[in-house]
Write a protein that binds this ligand. Structure first.
Ligand code: KG4
Ligand code: ZN
Length: 344
């Protein structure tokens, strides 16, 4: 059995975790920077990097000491090496490199998106490759066919905003603060999802991709019209977003080579309404539906440690001069799509 330390610092969560190759989360800590970024309505990269730099080393120390683990007991140190905010990524990666060098333990430079993509397998030992993955986070919105560790075929991505970004912008428009996704979901429960006519961008389109910029603009117009309550706008927005996702996924399932399971991962996978809609789609398609527990959906270090566990048998480790990558697509062969806001 292997034991891997995971380090995550690519956005606004500082996190460290110890995970075994037989899927046990031995210890984990996570510190959110919500309070630091809330006054700005979004993540400020410089503030994020400083906060990671202050918190990470004591956090790793705590995770190791509370589980009675020494650095030399580790089989690998897995650190997020991108994509993400470069300052934060460098803090985590450099920390991982220094610990790896000092203890002579292999470094595994992990793609944060691979952490999300494999996280459902940490919680569910029965989830085998291949699976169809909807990866929906603050920076990404993709449909992938996950064929194995390191083998990801991207079918669709967003041509403008990511889905989590659309939730965050809607929250900002409605004055719900940051981070927006959970706040929009909460308010949506009190609203009427049919009250506000909102567009479903690219619904029925022959191309596979997502678009959410038009939906966000329509939310802004609805809010400025003064005709609708914030709860009705939140509920109608969430329903429009779900309709878009269902339409694009249905298209993907019609097109892609079949797989037994439909899987959702990333921060927006924490949304209960979204999970319910995806489960119904999976049942319709006679597919298994797999969604990780909520704490594994949003950014965390257990998923990074787990990606390290998955990689452990495959290679000896990454070089200590591995470069942090602000952009790092999961599928290097995927064609770039038109649109300005695509993150990777
Ligand atoms: O995966 P994640 O923690 O960070 C990234 O890698 O981006 O995702 C964060 C995103 C944010 O945009 C947040 O608003 C969204 O996930 N999110 C949600 C919910 N919880 C988090 N969106 C909708 N409903 C939620 N319950
Ligand atoms: Zn993430």
């Amino acid at each position: 059995m292997g034991l891997v330390l995971g380090i995550e610092s690519s956005c606004d969560e500082t996190a460290a975790a110890l995970v075994t190759t037989d899927r046990r989360i031995v210890a984990q800590r996570i510190a959110s920077q919500e309070a630091e970024h809330a006054p700005y309505g979004g993540v400020v990269p410089e503030i994020a990097a400083r906060a990671h730099a202050e918190r990470l080393a004591p956090m790793i120390d705590a995770v190791l000491s509370e589980s009675g683990v020494e650095l030399r007991d580790l089989d690998a140190i897995a650190a997020t090496a991108g994509p993400g905010l470069i300052g934060g990524v460098m803090v985590g990666l450099v920390t991982g490199k220094a610990l790896a060098m000092a203890s002579d333990v292999p470094l595994l430079a992990i793609n944060h998106l691979e952490g999300h993509a494999l996280s459902p397998r940490l919680a569910d030992p029965d989830l085998a490759f291949p699976y169809i993955l909807l990866l929906v986070s603050g920076g990404h919105c993709q449909i992938l066919r996950v064929e194995g560790v390191g083998r990801y075929r991207r079918h669709a991505t967003t041509i403008d905003d990511a889905l989590g970004e659309a939730f965050d912008k809607t929250a900002k428009i409605l004055g719900l603060g940051y981070p927006g996704g959970p706040a929009v979901e909460r308010l949506a429960r009190e609203g009427d999802s049919t009250a506000v006519p909102l567009p479903r961008p690219l619904k029925g389109s022959a191309e596979p991709h997502f678009s959410f910029a038009g939906l966000k603009s329509a939310v802004l117009r609805a809010h400025e019209s003064g005709r609708y309550s914030a709860a009705d706008i939140a509920a109608s927005f969430q329903q429009a977003a779900i309709d878009c996702v269902l339409d694009r996924l249905t298209r993907a399932l019609d097109t892609l080579e079949q797989a037994p399971a439909l899987v959702v991962a990333g921060g927006v996978a924490a949304n209960q309404a979204m999970r319910g809609a995806l489960e119904t789609l999976a049942v319709d398609r006679e597919m298994r539906f797999v969604a990780p527990p909520l704490a594994l959906c949003t950014d965390n270090a257990a998923m990074i440690a787990w990606a390290g566990c998955e990689r452990l048998p495959l290679h000896a480790g990454d070089p200590l001069d591995f470069r942090a990558r602000p952009r790092w697509p999961l599928d290097p062969e995927a064609q770039p799509v038109r649109g300005a806001g695509v993150k990777a």
